[in-house]
Write a protein that binds this ligand. Structure first.
Ligand code: ASP
Length: 331
């Protein structure tokens, strides 16, 4: 009887193992991006909707073109995020949200899954493209994570472009920040929805060499206090990649961190032999509470998953087989 059970177990294991391995023919390349989770009203003005959709399409095309031409996932992720950082529609680089002290302090991280290597920075105020500095931390230092003044000093030793902190300030964000503060006496927790805690950009990519890379860049949470570090630059929380999957998060950073979310998805996938979609459901619908966060991920086969439990997540995806997706709301 015991022998029969063992044989049955081995047979089932082999069958499911094989099935998983055959679940998808690996795609040559795949890329997904997000421009922040939140709860964008569905009656958002048409011209604004169009502006976001156009920006998402443009951003994802930058990475897709690099990958289609045999370029690396690392370049695709960095250059796609550079575009989103430069575009003031998004809470990253220019257009970042304001801290409680009225500043813009930026966080970013990048992780190269197949090399188990990463770079991250937090609290920078003069680096035009924080994701590029994160990449330099990974490639040009013996460390993984630099903070505040240290990150600025490290930037001094590199070729990354520097700007006056005023560069990041955008009138629309400033007014929204003022309005929110005035309406709540500075206590944004009084606001009805969580949206002020959210907004970030991210990109995950698989290249034709099979490399998986995840990157995330953000101004963080509106009204964040002195020295607040969010999930984005914390490897395993907002950004993570290994040989199986690359993940980037957006949403309420404190909750994402407390669930070590990006790493949780990767480990769930690895240890339960679940598909990317199943693992994403576990993360978004079981591990996290409703209205907290959204994620994008790509696995080693080029499968893409983009899911949020907030009302909206700016997102887009492309792959070598012609996938072209772009969206804002959940339904
Ligand atoms: N997770 C980011 C942070 O908390 C914000 C966001 O993604 O919306 O810093």
């Amino acid at each position: 009887m015991k022998k029969l059970l063992t044989l049955t177990f081995i047979a089932v294991f082999c069958i499911t193992g094989t099935l998983y391995a055959q679940k998808a023919e690996p795609k040559k390349w795949a890329i997904a991006i997000h421009g922040g989770a939140g709860n964008v009203p569905k009656d958002m003005p048409k011209d604004r909707q169009e502006a976001y959709i156009n920006a998402l399409n443009e951003a994802v095309s930058i990475g897709a073109e690099i990958l289609e031409n045999g370029g690396s996932a690392l370049d695709a992720v960095e250059q796609t995020i550079n575009y989103l950082e430069d575009n003031e529609l998004f809470n990253a680089g220019r257009g970042a949200v304001f801290t409680a002290e009225g500043k813009n302090e930026l966080d970013a991280a990048i992780m190269f899954g197949n090399q188990k290597n990463a770079g991250a920075i937090t609290g920078v105020t003069t680096v035009k493209n924080p994701i590029s500095l994160a990449r330099k931390v990974m490639e040009e230092s013996n460390h993984v994570f630099f903070a505040g003044d240290g990150a600025e000093k490290f930037a001094d030793q590199t070729t990354v472009e520097r700007v006056d902190p005023e560069y990041f300030k955008v009138q629309r964000r400033y007014e929204a920040w003022k309005r929110a503060n005035a309406g709540t006496g500075g206590n944004l927790e009084l606001l009805e929805d969580n949206s002020w805690k959210m907004g970030t950009v991210g990109c995950v990519a698989l290249d034709s060499e099979g490399n998986l890379v995840a990157g995330t860049s953000t101004g963080g949470m509106t009204n964040k206090k002195f020295g607040r570090v969010g999930d984005v630059p914390i490897i395993g929380s907002g950004t993570y990649a290994n040989e199986l999957v690359a993940v980037s998060a957006t949403g309420w950073g404190e909750r994402i961190m407390l669930n070590v979310s990006a790493h949780a998805l990767a480990m769930y996938m690895q240890f339960t032999d679940s598909s990317l979609q199943e693992s994403m459901y576990y993360l978004v619908d079981e591990l996290l509470n409703p209205k907290e966060a959204g994620f994008i991920a790509v696995d080693k086969y080029g499968n893409i998953s983009m899911r949020t439990n907030t009302g909206s997540m700016f997102r887009a995806a492309r792959d070598s087989e012609g996938l072209k997706e772009v969206g804002i709301w959940v339904d």
